[in-house]
Each structure stands twice: as C-alpha cells, then as structure tokens.
Design a protein around this ligand. Structure first.
Ligand code: ATP
Ligand code: MG
Length: 460
C-alpha cells in the first residue's frame, strides 16, 4: 500500500494544528501566563513547540527527500562515467509520487548501460583491428600532436617517445607535406604519397577526420610497406626489358644478314657464312623461347615431375658422356669421383639430366681451355650429394647472391658471346626445388666454382 506525500503533508498540518490547540487549552490555565505574553514561562513553552515542530519537519522532510538524494548520487556517478547499481534506490517504494521518477530513472540507467556496453565493445573491436593491422596508423590532433598510434606504425618507423608531432614524423618519412594542405583537402579527399625510408618503400595515405558536427578534428596517416610489390614490379620491368633485349640482338643480326643476302652480289662462300650466322641467331632465339616456356611452365605449376628411383652414378656418367665432346673442344679434363656406395636418388629423370647438363656446361664455358672439371657424389644424412668443381674464372662474391635470378650474368658480354642467355641457373634452381633438392654455389674469383646439390634417396 503506497502513501501519498501530499496527503501526509495535509494530515500533518491538521495534526499540528490540533496538537497546538489541545496543548494551549491544557496548558493555558496552569503554565501560560495570560497577563504577560512575553513572560519566561510563555517563551519556554514557545521554544518547546518550535523544537518539537522542527524535529518533526526534519524527520518528515528527510523521509521525503531521501530517494531524491539517492537518485542525485546515482546521476553524479553517471556523470563521472560510472554506473550505479540499478536495484539500489531504496525509499522510493513507500511513496506513490516516486513511482514514475523511479521508472524513468531505472530505464534511463538501463539505456545508458546498454549504450555504454555497445560503445565499449565497438571501441574494443576497433582497437583490436587497429592493433593487429599490418599497416601503420597514426592519428594527429589539430594541434599536430600524435593522439593515437598502433603497434605496426611504431615498429615500422621505430619512433621514440619524443617523436610525437606531425612535422617530426613527416621528416622521418622524408616527406614534405604541410599539415593544413592535408587538413583542408577539397571534398574530404585523401592524399597518397609514395616515399622511401632506408631500405623500405612506403605508401603514405593522409585523410582528415571530423566530429559529428563536421568540425575538423585531425588527420589520420596510414603507412603501408610496399617494398615487396615495388621489388616485384621492378623484377617484372627488368624481365620484360631483358627478354626484349635478348630477342632484339639476334633479330637485328638476322635482319642485317638477310638484307645483305637479298641485295645480291655475294659469293657462294659469303652467302654460306651469312646464312650460318642467321641460323645460329635463330637457334639462339629458339633456345631463349624454349627456356622461357620451361620457366613459365614451372611458375604456373603446370610442370609435373615424374619422380623415380635412379642410380646416381649411372645418371652422372650418362650426362658426362653427353657433354664430353664440348669439354674436349676446350681441352678440359672431366672426371667423375664417386664414393664406393652412392645411394640411388628419387627424382625426375629428365630434370636431373637437365640440371647436371646446365651446371656442367657452365663449368665448361667459364673455365679457360685446359681446365679441370670434377664431379663428386656420395651419401650425406639420408640424402645424396652431387658436387661439380671447376678451376675456372669463378664468380665474384658480390654476384653470388643474385646468380639464380633470371637473366643475371656476371659478365653479360662474355656470356652472350658464348651463346648464354642467363636463364640456365634459374631453370636449375626451379628444377632442384621441384625435386626436393638443395643447391648452393661457392666460388672464388679466378680460382674456380663449386656447385653442391643434395637430393632425396626415397619419396619424402
Ligand atoms: N662455373 C661457373 N664459373 C664461372 N661463372 C659461372 C659459372 N656458372 C655460372 N656462372 C656465371 O653465372 C651466370 C649465370 O649462369 P647461367 O647458367 O644462369 O647463365 P648463362 O650460362 O650465362 O646462360 P645459359 O645457361 O642460359 O645459356 C653466367 O653468366 C656466369 O657469369
Ligand atoms: Mg649456363
């Protein structure tokens, strides 16, 4: 049963009037001095009345205002960013006037609680995304100070605590951008700039961000490491330039010699000599095209390897016989040195032959006449190693790391003169990888080169 505050106040006023009336009657004869209204007794009685009515009013008003105080305390907690316990607003249940207020207060707290939860989970989601982004993100306030930075940005730019302003960070990125230029881009556009920092190629995107009322609040900077894609792009451009160049050289000779033949007035010997050159150049082009086709087949994984168990020594001897004539032309000594029991290898037959031919023809080509080329084979940790050692011109240390790149040649002119296109070792590398092998090249300039490969003995 709820009590009405209005009724309580009315009842209390009536009760007070009645009490005053009765007390006056009771006391008028004995205590109150009717002759002197300001007598001592009268003042004491008045004081007692005042104290009693003050205490009564304090008790009643406290009862009425306690729930209001509790609600006020709750509101203060909300404004401090904390949430009070909804169930704890005692004192309201006794008075019907508080029913609506309590309902409104409770539903307001529920809405705030829900919104805060939604906001927090949204914020933590955004924070998780920002922290785990591969791209760096830095937010600057309108005063050009860093207000947020994710881990990727810190890692990429290696920033110290004092490096926290737009200017300092742009300087570190070798960028010459004015804050206002980005802040007031027309139509809320973004601005992308490519830059370099040390070995890294970076793409930097700037975009202004705004409040709900569309007031500018600062700038977001997204930093993307594009080193790999720039490298890939450069390799692609270099590859196209190389292919065009390798095709253009023989084509120019073919065109020149064929035009000379067509112009007539040549002896039979001259025609034969020129036709031979045309034939050589056409062969060179066709070798280049078939090497490229082979590489592209391996690139697109269209190459299938028919792996079988092969006798290692037999394979080496067979390949050596194939290149012996070429070696003899340069008076090289070609030796096969195998330990007593060389295990079989488990590889594609054509691939292993092509690998050994490419390595051996390199040794033959890049060793001055009368050189010594040795092929070793033996077991090594459940695998078979094959080593080709020559005492040729060798490869400078600085070129060794690039030797498997397509078209890479230490001495372009010399290699081209020998009919080389610079694709031999890149084909070898792809084939070795495709057959679960390993390859390593060690070399000393003017001393010789050592190519070491290992292959599996069984299916891995
Ligand atoms: N045994 C070696 N001794 C010295 N230099 C070598 C040796 N093997 C390879 N090289 C160097 O490595 C470069 C790349 O070799 P690669 O076999 O890929 O190309 P190439 O022999 O020039 O042409 P291709 O093999 O396509 O006919 C060669 O141009 C050469 O400079
Ligand atoms: Mg070669």
């Amino acid at each position: 049963m709820k009590i009405s505050m209005k009724r309580i106040v009315r009842a209390m006023s009536i009760i007070m009037v009645v009490i005053v009336y009765i007390t006056t009657i009771i006391l008028s004869s004995s205590i109150i001095d009717t002759n002197n209204i300001f007598s001592k007794n009268n003042i004491i009685v008045l004081a007692i009345f005042i104290v009693i009515s003050y205490i009564a009013s304090v008790i009643v008003s406290n009862k009425f205002t306690l729930p209001l105080k509790r609600i006020e305390k709750g509101m203060k907690l909300v404004s401090d960013g904390r949430l009070p316990d909804i169930s704890r607003i005692r004192g309201t249940e006794k008075f019907e006037e508080y029913d609506d207020l309590k309902k409104a207060y409770v539903s307001m707290l529920r809405v705030i609680k829900k919104n805060t939860f939604d906001l927090n989970s949204q914020q933590s989601k955004t924070e998780i995304i920002l922290e785990h982004m591969a791209d760096g993100m830095i937010a600057f306030s309108t005063s050009k100070q860093v207000v947020h930075m994710n881990k990727a940005a810190m890692r990429m730019l290696n920033l110290t605590e004092s490096e926290d302003t737009f200017e300092v960070i742009c300087q570190k990125l070798n960028l010459n951008v004015a804050f206002d230029e980005v802040m007031y881009l027309p139509n809320y556009q973004s601005l992308e700039i490519k830059t370099e920092m040390g070995e890294m190629a970076l793409s930097i995107v700037f975009a202004p961000f705004f409040s709900d009322e569309l007031n500018p609040m600062g700038i977001i900077m997204i930093i993307r490491n594009i080193t790999d894609s720039v490298k890939t792009d450069n390799v692609r451009k270099e590859f196209i330039a190389n292919v065009s160049h390798e095709l253009k050289t023989p084509l120019t000779s073919i065109r020149g010699y064929s035009e000379t033949i067509m112009n007539g007035d040549l002896t039979y010997q001259e025609i034969m000599r020129f036709t031979k050159v045309i034939n050589q150049e056409a062969n060179r082009m066709s070798r280049l095209v078939s090497d490229l086709l082979q590489l592209s087949k391996m690139d697109y994984k269209r190459q299938t390897w028919n792996k079988v168990t092969l006798n290692t020594v037999e394979v080496i001897n067979r390949v050596c016989e194939k290149v012996r004539y070429e070696a003899e032309q340069k008076s090289h000594k070609l030796e096969v040195i195998c330990s007593e029991k060389v295990p079989n290898i488990y590889v594609d037959k054509d691939a292993i032959e092509q690998i050994l031919i490419n390595i051996l023809t390199n040794s033959i080509k890049y060793t001055p006449d009368g050189g010594l080329i040795r092929v070793y084979a033996g077991p090594v940790e459940n695998r078979v190693y094959i080593k080709v050692i020559d005492n040729g011109v060798g490869i400078p240390q600085k070129d060794l790391s690039r030797i498997f790149e397509r078209f890479y040649r230490v001495d372009k002119a010399r290699s081209r003169k020998m009919g080389g296109t610079g694709l031999g070792l890149s084909i070898v590398k792809e084939m070795v990888d495709g057959n679960n092998g390993t390859i390593n090249i060690d070399s000393k300039l003017n001393e010789g080169t050592e190519v070491t490969m290992t292959f599996p003995t069984t299916k891995e």
